[in-house]
Design a protein around this ligand. Structure first.
Ligand code: AMP
Ligand code: ZN
Length: 107
C-alpha cells in the first residue's frame, strides 16, 4: 500500500516537520492556504475518520493535544481553524487521516 503520509512518518519522503512524538507527526502543507498551514497526522495509518475504530479513541485525543502545542509553537495560539476532510465528497485527497491547522500569526 502506497501512502505519502506514511512515507513522511517513516522518513522515506521529505517534509518540513514541526512536531513529532511517538504517535503523532506534524508538518507544513506543501500548498499552504494560510500563513500557518500545518497537517497533523497519527503515525498509524488510518484512512479517514470513517475508518477510525474505538481502539483509536486515545490516539485521536492525542492528536488534539498535540495541536495545542503546535499552535503555541507556530504563534497562532490566540486562534486558529481545524479542518478534517472525510472522503472524496468531503474534499479528502490524501487517504491518511489528517487535521489541517490553519491560522495567522498572533500579533
Ligand atoms: P486533503 O484534501 O484534506 O486530503 O488535504 C491533503 C493536503 O495534503 C493538501 O492540502 C495538500 O497540499 C497536502 N499535501 C499533499 N502532499 C503533501 C506532501 N508531500 N507534503 C505536505 N503536504 C502535502
Ligand atoms: Zn498512511
Amino acid at each position: 500500500m502506497e501512502c505519502i503520509f506514511c512515507d513522511i512518518a517513516n522518513k522515506k519522503q521529505e517534509a518540513n516537520i514541526v512536531y513529532e512524538d511517538t504517535k503523532c507527526l506534524a508538518f507544513h502543507d506543501i500548498h499552504p492556504k494560510a500563513s500557518v498551514h500545518i497537517l497533523v497526522i497519527p503515525k498509524k495509518h488510518i484512512e479517514s475518520v470513517n475508518d477510525a475504530k474505538q481502539e483509536d479513541a486515545p490516539l485521536l485525543g492525542e492528536l488534539l493535544l498535540a495541536i495545542k502545542e503546535i499552535a503555541a509553537q507556530q504563534g497562532v495560539q490566540q486562534g486558529y481553524k481545524l479542518a478534517v476532510n472525510v472522503g472524496r465528497k468531503g474534499g479528502q485527497i490524501v487517504d491518511h487521516l489528517h487535521i489541517h491547522l490553519l491560522g495567522e500569526k498572533d500579533v
